[in-house]
Design a protein around this ligand. Structure first.
Ligand code: ADQ
Length: 483
């Protein structure tokens, strides 16, 4: 039977290394959950990086890690300190990430980073080529591995290759800025099926292919001389039931069983019945529009003084890419803005922004989703944004409102949210007012529609639809070759 292999920058396990003890910790992230349902069924391997610097590992430790991961059908791609710096932090996160999110002023054009990106992509492809046979299928993920599809296809044309991009694909006018645009596109075009979160990214990609390579394109099909390539939109979903079940469990916990955070949240509401909570959750990334959101919240408190003392914003920011200068600057800016707002508006018995710069356990995340009246999601650019979907799934009471940036891919699926332009502080303030004063019946009506939609297209549906389409492309290729 032909197999399906997954390739992603990270493996679905992280490694805990203490003295001589090495332990694998399974990732609970969306991608790991969704892929588990496909690659295990198809008897394939997951090829990726362990997250460790190979320079820090002794030979014996590397072997132990490889063997533990091997038992989980994972194949490790080792990365040295310099490779982490130039391939991961460098070309992936300082070049492609800002460019694809339209932050052209942040793009770094260091040629050495590009050279290392190519070298590391080749190493990933070589590992794939070692484990896969002609007739197998490989699904490559995301912007760190744009060259891998072609590197596989050129060596083993009988392997069916799928590629999914988790971030936006920018418009041609932005993409063309990159000196290595031709090579990156060529790399992606090694795939037989290319998936994007939404139709707009698909359209931008096709436009770049047409202008830079001049290939013949029929709707979502690119015709090459010897094969065809399909391009389509697959809006990534979440493990919906996991959030519903966790939220239900939390609701049924007795007072003694509740976490400290949950108890504090309940105390907050008990202090004054009209009190409201607004939730803000992201990785600390400049694409997420966090400073703009804080300014808009300050603007809201200025414009609607009747809410002072009654609304608190809980802001969770997960530390991310702390070695990259732009992220260090952002952290400083956010720290200052939180301080300014709390200093300007805070009272002895009320803090306007509760700010947590850390990752939280799943249980606490659910408690926040379940307790906050409004989710304020205002990225400047976001491929999809799963937080919005997780909030919807966790609202088992059916209440709650979402203020959502039109720049997030997820806004295409959430017409019932209150959409805003993320740099329009005034519009955000008014949207927040609307969300906080929305009648319960209207909240429920909107939430029910959202819940039905998000439940239907779960992470499992997303993954199986992509794999089914990959199988269809495989048949199409065979027909094409038979002609
Ligand atoms: P991200 O930019 O990481 O993903 P997002 O889709 O919102 O953004 O996913 C974040 C995840 O982290 C969510 O599952 C959330 O629950 C979790 N999380 C956030 N804050 C947390 C905290 N404090 N503690 C613990 N967990 C926390 C990229 C793209 C997105 C795209 C996804 C999937 O940038 O646009 O939606 O990939 O394709």
């Amino acid at each position: 039977m032909s197999k399906l292999h997954i390739v992603a920058n990270r493996l679905p396990y992280s490694i805990k290394k203490e003295d001589d003890e090495i332990e694998l910790i399974a990732s609970v992230g969306g991608l790991a959950t969704g892929m588990k349902s496909v690659y295990e069924d198809y008897g394939g391997k997951w090829i990726g990086w362990s997250g460790l610097n190979s320079d820090d590992l002794e030979e014996k430790e590397s072997q132990k890690i490889d063997s533990l991961l091997g038992e989980k059908n994972c194949v490790t791609v080792p990365l040295s300190e310099n490779e982490i710096l130039e391939y991961y932090e460098g070309f992936s996160n300082k070049t492609i990430w800002p460019l694809f999110h339209y932050f052209t002023q942040y793009v770094d054009y260091t040629p050495a980073n590009w050279e290392t990106y190519k070298k590391v992509n080749q190493r990933f492809a070589d590992k794939v080529l070692e484990v896969c046979e002609e007739g197998d299928t490989v699904w490559v993920h995301d912007y760190q591995l744009l060259l891998v599809p072609e590197m596989i296809k050129s060596k083993k044309p009988g392997v069916t290759v799928g590629f999914f991009l988790h971030i936006p694909f920018p418009s041609y006018e932005v993409f063309r800025i990159l000196p290595w645009r031709m090579e990156l596109l060529k790399g992606m075009l090694g795939a037989d099926l290319l998936g994007f979160h939404i139709y707009d990214y698909e359209r931008h990609f096709i436009s770049s292919v047409r202008r830079l390579y001049g290939y013949e394109i029929n709707f979502n099909q690119i015709n090459l001389e010897d094969r065809v390539i399909k391009v389509d939109a697959y809006p990534m979903g979440i493990d919906y039931d996991k959030f519903v079940n966790a939220s239900t469990d939390i609701m049924h916990k007795s007072i003694h069983e509740r976490s400290d955070l949950h108890k504090e949240l309940e105390k907050y509401f008990l202090m004054a019945p009209q009190r409201r909570l607004v939730l803000s959750i992201d990785r600390l990334d400049y694409s997420k529009g966090i400073p703009q959101r804080l300014k808009a919240f300050g603007n809201f408190l200025r414009k609607y003084p009747e809410f002072r003392g009654k609304v608190t914003m809980i802001m969770l920011a997960v530390p991310s890419r702390g070695h990259v200068e732009e992220y260090q600057k952002l952290k400083k800016e956010v720290d200052e803005l939180v301080g300014n707002i709390n200093g300007e508006f805070g009272k002895v018995n009320w803090v306007p922004v509760w700010y947590f710069y850390r990752s939280l356990p799943f249980e606490n995340l659910i408690e926040l989703y379940a307790s906050c009246d409004v989710a304020l999601i205002t990225p400047l650019r976001d491929g999809m944004n799963l937080v919005a979907k997780e909030y919807v799934a966790s609202r088992i009471t059916g209440t709650g409102a979402i203020v959502l940036s039109e720049m997030a891919g997820v806004s295409k699926e959430m017409g019932e949210a209150i959409t805003i332009n993320p740099i329009n502080e005034d519009e955000i303030a008014d949207a927040l007012y609307k969300a906080l004063t929305m009648p319960v019946d209207e909240q429920k009506e909107r939430m029910q529609l959202l819940q039905h939609r998000i439940q239907r297209y779960s992470i499992f549906k997303w993954a199986s639809e992509f794999v089914n389409d990959l199988n269809k492309v495989k048949e199409l290729q065979q027909e094409f070759l038979a002609k």
